[in-house]
Structures are given as C-alpha cells and as structure tokens.
Design a protein. Structure first.
Length: 158
C-alpha cells in the first residue's frame, strides 16, 4: 500500500475530499544540481497541494489529519497502461503502414495517428476505472497526536 498523509477538506456520502502535500525526492538525490526534474520543480512555483477524492468508511470530519493509501498493484497497472498502450499503438501503426508498402511520410502519419488512438483508448479506459474501488484511494488511518491509528493497529510515525 502506498501511503500519503492529508487533511480532510469536505465530506460526502462514503467519501471525503483530501488535500495532500506533494513531496519530491529531489532534496535527497545526489544529482539534483544537474537534474531537469529538480529544475522544473523549482521553476514550477509553490503550488504543491493536491486535492483528491478518497473513499471513506471511518466517518472522518473536516479538518481531520488522515492517512490515505492506494494499492501498489493499482499504481503498477495504471502506469503500465498509460505508458505502454500509446507506445505499442505507435509502433503497431507504423509497422502496419510499412507492411502495406506505404511511403515514409505515410508511415510517420500512421504512427502518430495510432499514438493518438492509443491516448484516446487510455482516456476512455481511465474513465471506466474511475468508478473501480480497486483504483480509488482509501482512508486507511487517522493521525492522532504522535501516533497513527489504523484499525486495530497503532504504530509510531508522524
């Protein structure tokens, strides 16, 4: 389970809207001086809050500090789909155009057209997964004082 701490902004039936603080690994990385990601983070401004809808079965209230989690399986599947489907569509379209004897400009056009179809397919599939509870973050615990209270388990953290 990938966990993140956040604060409840509003409450709905069975869900809450949570503000999270995005963290970056740039401060601990040895290559941050020459890294493009670090530069983009510095130039990107100070907007680092994320607002997400999280499933809640623990009756959270506005202002509660909570721990939210997403299964690693969901992150792995989602990132694989987002990267691989458009890339495979690009290659498939270009190779298919080459196989039927198209010239280079048509091969390039077929590749980019297939890439666009791949992005549309991912967008459509993501809309279907938006209602899948397996891909939706959940409240897995509350931050209480210096302890994280999660179900029957209590552990130190902060």
């Amino acid at each position: 389970m990938i966990e993140e701490q956040g604060r409840v902004l509003s409450v709905e039936q069975g869900a809450v809207w949570v503000e999270t603080i995005r963290r970056s690994a740039c401060n601990s990385c040895q290559a941050r001086a020459g890294c493009g990601q670090s530069l983009l983070q510095r130039l990107g401004g100070r907007r680092r809050q994320g607002f997400i809808r999280v499933l809640d079965d623990r009756s959270c209230r506005v202002g509660d500090e909570i721990i939210i989690g997403v299964p690693e399986n969901a992150v792995l599947r989602g990132s694989s789909l987002i990267y691989m489907v458009p890339l495979l569509a690009l290659f498939a379209g270009a190779l298919l155009a080459q196989a039927v004897g198209a010239g280079e400009p048509l091969i390039i056009l077929a590749g980019f057209s297939s890439l666009a179809v791949g992005f549309v397919a991912i967008h459509w599939h993501a809309g279907r997964l938006g209602s899948d509870p397996g891909f939706t973050p959940r409240v897995i615990g509350r931050v209480g004082g210096s302890h994280i209270v999660s179900g029957l388990q209590e552990r130190s953290g902060g």
